[in-house]
Design a protein. Structure first.
Ligand code: BES
Ligand code: ZN
Ligand code: ZN
Length: 497
């Protein structure tokens, strides 16, 4: 629970107070605390650099069990990401100490160059994301750490009322990311298409977003031949989840499409052991779309937002799709399968062309853990952006910087389409070589979006991690939810729908 409180430290008792400190500079207006910070800054082991931490039990007249001083780095360089990391580290320190409460001092408004609302927003985001644990699969005995029950943010008394709305919004928007994280972290046996579809439906019901789940028979009637081709090898049948937030009077429509391969074994082009390891995360695009729709259900903007999530499991078996098979996609285009491990683009081909035709969106964005090549190009922390509109690509990268879900634009040169030629069908699902794999995958998708204004975000790198960082633990990262929410709904977004 997030509580905004006045930073008047003389009035009551605290258990744990987190005090951010800039490099050689106190950033707190509270007199007693400022004196303590000066004290701490005179010690050789704490300079206020990023990652500096110092704990004090003797609290110089402040009634607190512990003070946790955290370095924020140079005052002029502090940004929202620095604030997210600071509050996250504070929460994690309290968790490690077995505490149930923490109070985080908001750095002083005069000294930082970011808008106050965004500062508070970032501090709450970092704190809540750090307080989230995925312990559903640990036995009771093994999971000793429990999330904090209360996180206070200490601000000036006259700000408390004004910032309440900001705090509420931050709490709201974090929820979608945390849902997406949990879905991605869930073992693949527990999220086969049917089960994952039900989980998404249940969550979106909570926020009054209508969900339709299309089964195999309906998908066959809809001519989803490419998607059903991928599902052939699995004992778990495919599902298409469609979540439609349609407010009265909406004049614009945004469609979000997410790749939902609940497990990608590669199919008959079976992945090697290393490649199989993280493939429960191959539905992270769908998870991000569902998480975003959850936030939409709380925010209730005045645009129509449709989430389209094709869910399949890609497995090898006697019934599996073969290399050499030709599939007839929903668009009517035939696709020769050159590699069964390039399954994401097959399910997206049907989802994209169906969504473009059905909703005639003003904007369509897909998120997909689509290619290893994108991870080779940009590393594990940065997603690739492909768009048929430069302004859209620019708006995405600007939002991505702000929320620190980083993206970088990559090209879709028309002449590279020759690589996707098939000898017998309209198009092949893979190029004849591996060069520029993220680009050829995006070019393949571009053949199925019609005339829609469209962007594709390849999140193969950042969707899942084994690294522990202040507000993202190993597992699903929820990448894409905060990005899409900033892009579509933040006043400062550069996007015009
Ligand atoms: N799901 C994978 C892409 C992936 C790789 C996601 C690593 C996350 C981490 C995708 O379905 C795939 O297997 N792509 C192939 C395409 C190739 C066969 C053209 C790849 O990237 O190797
Ligand atoms: Zn694959
Ligand atoms: Zn895949």
């Amino acid at each position: 629970m997030i509580i905004l409180k006045s930073a008047d430290l003389s009035r009551r008792r605290f258990t744990n107070i987190v005090v951010p400190v800039c490099e050689k500079k106190s950033v707190t207006a509270e007199a007693k605390l400022a004196a303590l910070v000066d004290d701490v800054l005179s010690l050789p082991e704490f300079e206020g650099k990023e990652d500096d931490v110092l704990m004090r039990y003797s609290t110089g007249g402040i009634k607190a069990d512990r003070l946790i001083f955290l370095g924020l780095g140079k005052a002029k360089q502090v940004d929202e990401e620095g604030l997210r990391r600071m509050s996250a580290k504070g929460v994690r320190r309290a968790l490690e100490l077995g505490q149930s409460k923490v109070s985080i001092v908001m750095p002083d408004i005069e000294t930082l160059k970011i808008d106050r609302d965004r500062q508070v927003f970032a501090v709450i985001e970092g704190a809540l994301m750090a307080n989230h644990l995925f312990h559903r699969y640990r036995s009771k005995k093994a999971s000793k750490v429990k999330p904090l029950v209360a996180i206070e943010v200490l601000i000036a008394r006259n700000e408390v009322n004004r910032l309440r709305a900001v705090a509420e919004k931050a709490v709201m928007l974090v929820t979608g990311s945390l849902l997406a994280r949990d879905w991605v972290s869930t073992p693949p046996m527990d999220k086969i298409p049917e089960k994952f579809a039900a989980m998404v439906e249940k969550s979106l019901e909570e926020v009054s977003i209508p969900v339709e789940i299309k089964d195999h028979k309906e998908l066959a009637n809809m001519h989803f031949g490419a998607m059903l081709g991928v599902a052939m090898g699995s004992d778990s049948p495919a599902r298409l989840v469609v979540a439609d937030y349609h407010p009265e009077g909406a004049t614009k429509t945004v469609v979000l499409v997410g790749k939902g391969v609940t497990y990608d074994s590669g199919g008959l082009n079976l992945k090697p052991a290393d490649g199989l390891k993280d493939m429960k995360s191959d539905m992270a695009g769908a998870a991000a779309v569902a998480g975003t729709l959850y936030n939409v259900g709380q925010l209730r903007p005045d645009v129509r937002v449709v989430g389209v999530m094709p869910l399949v499991e890609n497995m090898p078996s006697g019934k599996a799709l073969r290399v050499g098979d030709v599939l007839k996609s929903h668009s009517g285009k035939t696709i020769e399968v050159g590699n069964t491990d390039a399954e994401g683009r097959l399910i997206l081909a049907d989802a994209l062309s169906w969504a473009a035709k059905t909703y005639k969106p003003d904007l369509m964005i897909d998120l997909a853990t689509l290619t290893g090549a994108c991870v080779v190009a940009l590393g594990q922390d940065i997603a690739g952006v492909f768009a048929n509109d430069d302004k859209l690509a620019k708006a995405i990268t600007l939002s991505s910087d702000r929320v620190h879900e980083r993206c970088w634009p990559l090209p879709m040169p028309e002449d590279y389409k020759v690589h996707l030629k098939s000898e017998i069908a309209d198009i092949a699902n893979v190029a004849g070589h591996r060069w520029g794999g993220a680009t050829t995958a995006a070019l393949f998708l571009s053949e199925f979006v019609g005339k829609s204004r469209w962007a594709h975000i390849d999140i193969a790198g950042p969707a899942f991690t084994h690294k522990d960082s202040p507000y993202i633990r190993p597992g699903g990262t929820g990448f894409g939810v905060r990005l899409l929410c900033d892009l579509l709904f933040d006043e400062e977004s550069a996007l015009k729908i």
